[in-house]
Design a protein around this ligand. Structure first.
Ligand code: TYD
Ligand code: MG
Length: 446
């Protein structure tokens, strides 16, 4: 029996209650509840049969290249047939451009249905011209109703489907407005069934709210197979595509792009890029190697320590966790006797990169120490390691991968945790293992 029930749902996180509330008990948002209808009790549903795991045959090669290496890498080695990929990001960051560019490769599969709910066909055409994409296999559909999309799908029988964006799609079955949590979930779910049934990859483009979640959001992350975030600064041409969920590959895999006049260009050697404008012999700059998915990435950490003119000193962290920076500065204060109490401290990861890995701890500390003491760190030296509260330096994973990457880019000396120091000596690089932060800082400043 199918029943329709009215519920109130938070438009920010998807929490639902039978009564309207002023404040969401889940995400704390005020005035975010809206009325939604929920259909309960599905009729005519077939029950599944249990199968022994050994009797299931799974084919390996159901992946297909998008023609963009960096996108393939983030997807875990190409797009999987019948998978649902959500691409989220700020408006104007380049989501539509990325997907449009990948269609060049994807038309190898057959027809592509590009549903544009935001831009007119002329606008899409102009962009395609700019990106030199002209394939007869790309079918444009300026449609926002789910039923319209489904019927076009049946008629055209495409091998790939793109929805730009999921927030514009609605179904008249629900009374709520397009973009509401209920609409997004309902439309995404229906489209997902379609993708699974016909085994076509489905790309959903979604905008991010100012809080940083895909609007209407958490609900979508559960439904789809893969969630990719497209990040970057508006004032910076570099864009990073990050996998935050992937049922078909590892997460935290990243792809790096540069936004050019003629679209997005893949960056083959991001390490070189992120340290290319590094100042020579200037205090407060330290290079470290962070691991993004399977890829080692050289990043420059900068710090600026100045005398504070306010009672409460400022602490600013860009690209790294604020609380982590505070913790590391407390360790510097206590273990190295660096009096940072009356100082403003600014920490920044160059290139608009966000790094969320304890392996860069020592680099943050060294950069702060370098600026504090006004002494530069040797430009050919890099460091990595996780700092403990008692100032010990802990070993990190995949040290060899990191060291090899640094060696490739011409670094001569590495200051690493003692537990990571016994790497086979085939690198043209001098590795020094240290036990604690104090030793590391000492060596970094000669
Ligand atoms: P777009 O893909 O429309 O962003 P989204 O779909 O995420 O909202 O990208 C828009 C921005 O990209 C716009 O500011 C212009 C810029 N851009 C270029 O710099 N070069 C290009 O070749 C294209 C197509 C866009
Ligand atoms: Mg767009």
């Amino acid at each position: 029996m199918q029943k329709t029930k009215v519920v109130y749902q938070c438009q920010s996180c998807g929490h639902s209650t039978p009564k309207w509330l002023g404040k969401c008990p889940d995400c704390g948002e005020w005035n975010s509840f809206a009325e939604e209808q929920r259909i309960t009790g599905l009729k005519g549903r077939k029950t599944a049969q249990p199968v022994a795991l050994t009797e299931i045959t799974a084919s390996q090669d159901s992946r297909f290249s998008t023609g963009i290496g960096e996108l393939d890498r983030t997807l875990g080695g190409g797009v999987v047939m019948g998978s649902v990929v959500l691409i989220g990001g700020d408006p104007g960051i380049g989501k539509s451009t990325l997907v449009l560019q990948s269609l060049n490769g994807l038309t190898g599969l057959g027809k592509v249905l590009y549903v544009s709910g935001e831009e007119s066909p002329e606008q899409v055409k102009l962009r395609a011209e700019r990106l030199s994409i002209r394939s007869d296999e790309i079918i444009l559909l300026p449609e926002t109703s789910l039923e319209g999309i489904v019927s076009a799908f049946r008629k055209i029988n495409p091998r790939v489907i793109v929805i730009d964006s999921i927030q514009t799609i609605f179904t008249p079955d629900l009374p709520s407005a397009p973009g509401s949590v209920g609409q997004i979930r309902e439309c995404a779910t229906k489209l997902m069934f379609l993708a699974k049934k016909y085994s076509v990859p489905l790309f959903l483009i979604g905008h991010v709210t100012k809080e940083g979640a895909i609007a209407g959001p958490k609900v979508l992350e559960h439904i789809v197979d893969t969630v990719l975030y497209f990040e970057g600064d508006k004032g910076n041409p570099f864009r990073i595509l990050r996998a935050v969920k992937n049922r078909f590959g590892s997460t935290n895999e990243i792809g790096v792009f540069e936004m050019m006049e003629s679209g997005l260009k893949e960056v083959d050697n991001p390490s070189r890029l992120f340290i290319s404008e590094r100042p020579v012999n200037v205090p407060g700059s330290v290079v470290t190697v962070s691991l993004e998915g399977t890829r080692p990435l050289l990043v420059e950490i900068q710090a600026l320590v100045t005398t504070s003119s306010f009672g409460v000193p400022r602490r600013t962290a860009l690209g790294v966790d604020y609380n982590r920076v505070n913790l590391l500065m407390a360790v510097l204060d206590k273990r190295l006797g660096m009096r940072l109490g009356g100082m403003d401290v600014y920490v920044n990861v160059v290139g608009g990169l966000k790094v969320d890995e304890p392996a860069i701890d020592i680099a943050i500390m060294a950069a702060v120490a370098s600026s504090f003491r006004n002494r530069p760190v040797d430009t050919a030296t890099f460091t990595f390691g996780e700092a403990g509260l008692s100032g010990e330096l802990r070993a990190v994973s995949q040290a060899e991968t990191r060291i090899t990457e640094a060696a490739k880019l011409g670094f001569r000396k590495g200051i690493v945790p003692a537990g990571n120091a016994d790497i086979p000596g085939r690198h043209n690089i001098e590795i020094t293992g240290v036990k604690n932060v104090e030793e590391a800082v000492e060596i970094l400043f000669y």
